[in-house]
Ligand binder design. Structure first.
Ligand code: 3HC
Length: 303
């Protein structure tokens, strides 16, 4: 009920064009989701390779749907047309809703958020797709924290129904309402949560990953754990495969944030297998090397 009321209030802030900062698999998934539900979106990155990966992600999803007859060529073209990939900040000036989705590092995120706030109009809503970093902490780098909140998507974005909308201490109700309304327009189910490191889902998920790491350090084999969790326990993916999907790099950064925020509950393990993989540049599905070896498509990109 509360959410419906909030979504009503959000009419004040109609989103004409959004922007996602940071392309790649997550940014590409967010861009696809917004574009396919009719809100044009700028996809901005500083790296042409990441932009290519973001666009490839959106095209891959659309082509799969086309092949299966779920969409026609027009819908495919319209959706791709709604995505504006760019390396240039100029393109952000006519957007009024920002989703920051850069690397999970408080300093980098803070700098990107402050920069974008200086470029956009005063009533633009700025959100962060951070997995774990406190929204109050990120808000410290902003002059208009009332226009800022968390908007946390899950991987793979097109398939995962939930979006967490995280309300910081200074976030206005209008900002929450507009963010819930946009998530709803994207076809997602939003839940509004108060701020803390890890929010709701990652406060459940990261202790689970920590338990998995402990099991491995006690001698369990990751493939056996996955087999049991998938076949016998019935979850769609075991923890090793899920870590590969989330990204070992992202998971390692998130583990650091959670350990700092909850020092007595979430210590970082010595020889944490997640960190060992990360330090050896095994980032999961995104660079094909993780717990598992992932395959490449015909153009040499991760499938
Ligand atoms: N992108 C887009 N579409 C995809 C896809 C992807 N990555 N993977 C599969 N699909 C499509 C398939 O083509 C298929 O389409 P169709 O219905 O048109 O035929 C459809 O999705 C179903 O495919 P599958 O049969 O392969 O799907 P499954 O039934 O195996 O489910 C899944 C796939 C939903 C990804 C399931 O494995 C799952 O729920 N895994 C767990 C994912 C999860 O927990 N994610 C959250 C991670 S935490 C996170 O991201 C937060 C961060 O902060 C750490």
């Amino acid at each position: 009920k509360g959410l419906a009321k909030k979504a009503g209030k959000a009419n004040k802030h109609e989103i004409k064009k959004a922007a996602v900062l940071g392309a790649g698999i997550m940014g590409g998934g967010i861009a696809f989701q917004s574009a396919s539900k009719g809100t044009p979106i700028v996809m901005k990155d500083i790296n042409q390779g990441a932009l290519d990966q973001g666009l490839a992600e959106a095209s891959k999803i659309l082509n799969k749907k086309l092949k299966k007859g779920r969409i026609d060529g027009n819908k495919l073209a319209q959706t791709l047309n709604n995505i504006e990939p760019t390396l240039n900040n100029e393109a952000l000036k006519d957007t009024n809703f920002i989703i920051e989705a850069v690397v999970e590092n408080p300093k980098v995120k803070g700098a990107v958020l402050a920069e974008v706030e200086g470029l956009v109009s005063e009533d633009t809503i700025i959100t962060s797709n951070t997995s774990t970093i406190s929204i109050n902490k990120l808000a410290e780098s902003l002059k208009r924290p009332e226009n800022f909140c968390g908007m946390h998507f899950f991987n793979p974005v097109p398939l995962m129904q939930l979006v967490e909308v995280i309300r910081g201490e200074k976030t206005s109700e209008e900002t929450v309402a507009a963010t819930v309304a946009y998530a709803t327009k994207m076809g997602k189910t939003a839940i509004v949560v108060n701020d803390c490191a890890g929010f709701f889902v990652n406060r459940v998920l990261f202790p689970y990953f920590a338990g998995f790491s402990l099991l491995l350090n006690d001698g369990a084999k990751f493939a056996n754990v996955d087999k049991v969790m998938e076949r016998e326990f019935g979850w769609p993916m075991g923890p090793a495969m899920l870590l590969d999907v989330v990204g070992i790099d992202t998971a390692d950064h998130c583990t650091d944030v959670m350990a700092e925020a909850f020092p007595t509950r979430m210590q970082k393990l010595e020889n944490d297998p997640i960190s060992v993989l990360y330090n050896n540049e095994f980032y999961g599905q995104k660079n094909t090397k993780g717990f598992y070896q992932h395959s490449l498509d015909k153009r040499g990109r991760p499938k």
